[in-house]
Design a protein around this ligand. Structure first.
Ligand SMILES: C[C@@]1(CC(=O)O)C2=NC(=C\c3[nH]c(c(CCC(=O)O)c3CC(=O)O)Cc3[nH]c(c(CC(=O)O)c3CCC(=O)O)/C=C3\N/C(=C\2)[C@@H](CCC(=O)O)[C@]3(C)CC(=O)O)/[C@H]1CCC(=O)O
Ligand SMILES: NC(=O)c1ccc[n+]([C@@H]2O[C@H](COP(=O)([O-])OP(=O)(O)OC[C@H]3O[C@@H](n4cnc5c(N)ncnc54)[C@H](O)[C@@H]3O)[C@@H](O)[C@H]2O)c1
Length: 195
């Protein structure tokens, strides 16, 4: 196996089941909340910021699972959180909060400092239930965006109906795992070739 290159481990997180804190409610805070809500409108998010911009307020209006706290950050805000985004304009504050978050084993993304992030956001391609996460290991978000555009164009529009059909075939298939894999491999063999 080739172990060189990008060592980041991709996972797909159920963000309606965890408790997310975003510190900072300006441009970057809004971008992070937008990325979360684009994936799951039911995401459970608290934003704490000295000042919350109008765009973020409008974005989360009528969303009961989003709480906006317009006041300075307090260390107690970290209590009970599963995931943390730091998006203030205060680098020193980020360093201090990150140190405390680490003590609490709270995974953290720090907007202005990739080196101290525990995780990065990826570019995402979504066709119904299919989701592809793209990472360039922080080297070029712009290339990640271009690859997203390319895959969006390249993936057939019938991707969701294929997934629905495969799910019903999968539910009906009897036999051992090996036989199931063989049958499903056969059904999908020509998929992208037919596009
Ligand atoms: C996926 C996406 C999600 C999102 O952020 O929402 C994302 N950046 C996106 C876009 C984008 N970001 C930036 C530009 C301007 C052009 C450029 O710099 O290339 C563009 C392009 C554009 O907007 O066209 C600026 C930027 N970004 C980072 C730095 C800091 C640095 O590198 O030091 C700076 C400089 C800030 C400055 O100079 O002030 C760092 C990170 N950005 C990441 C993710 C993580 C690595 C992902 C990876 O491995 O590829 C990482 C490491 C941390 C993180 O934030 O998680 C989204 C993908 C596009 C899409 O899906 O459309
Ligand atoms: N704007 C960009 O395009 C961009 C891109 C990548 C990274 N960054 C970096 O991300 C960071 C945030 O940028 P931005 O454009 O979102 O800034 P911004 O000024 O729009 O927002 C900063 C937010 O932090 C809040 N804040 C500041 N101190 C606070 C405190 N003690 N407690 C709670 N909230 C506090 C402010 O009230 C505001 O909501 C900066 O470090 C910037 O360098 C910016």
């Amino acid at each position: 196996m080739n172990n060189s290159g990008n060592p980041l481990f991709p996972i797909f997180v159920k963000i309606d089941q965890i408790n997310i804190l975003v510190v900072g409610g300006g441009y970057v805070g809004t971008e992070k909340v937008t990325a979360l809500l684009n994936n799951d409108p039911d995401a459970h998010i608290t934003v704490v910021a000295r000042e919350i911009c109008q765009e973020l307020k409008s974005l989360v209006a009528n969303k009961p699972k989003i709480r906006l706290l317009e006041r300075p950050f307090m260390y107690d805000d970290l209590t009970g959180r599963d995931l943390l985004f730091l998006a203030t304009d205060n680098h020193e504050l980020h360093i201090e909060i990150k140190a405390e978050a680490q003590k609490r084993h709270l995974l953290t993304n720090v907007a202005d400092t990739p080196a101290i992030c525990d995780f990065y956001l990826g570019s995402t391609v979504k066709k119904g239930d299919l989701k592809i996460g793209i990472s360039t290991n922080g080297k070029s978000p712009t290339l990640a965006k271009r690859i997203k555009e390319y895959l969006n164009e390249a993936l057939p529009d019938n991707t969701q109906s294929l997934l629905d059909n495969l799910k019903s075939i999968r539910d009906r298939l009897k036999g051992d795992m090996e036989a199931k894999i063989k049958a499903l491999d056969a059904v999908t063999e020509g998929w992208l070739k037919d596009k």
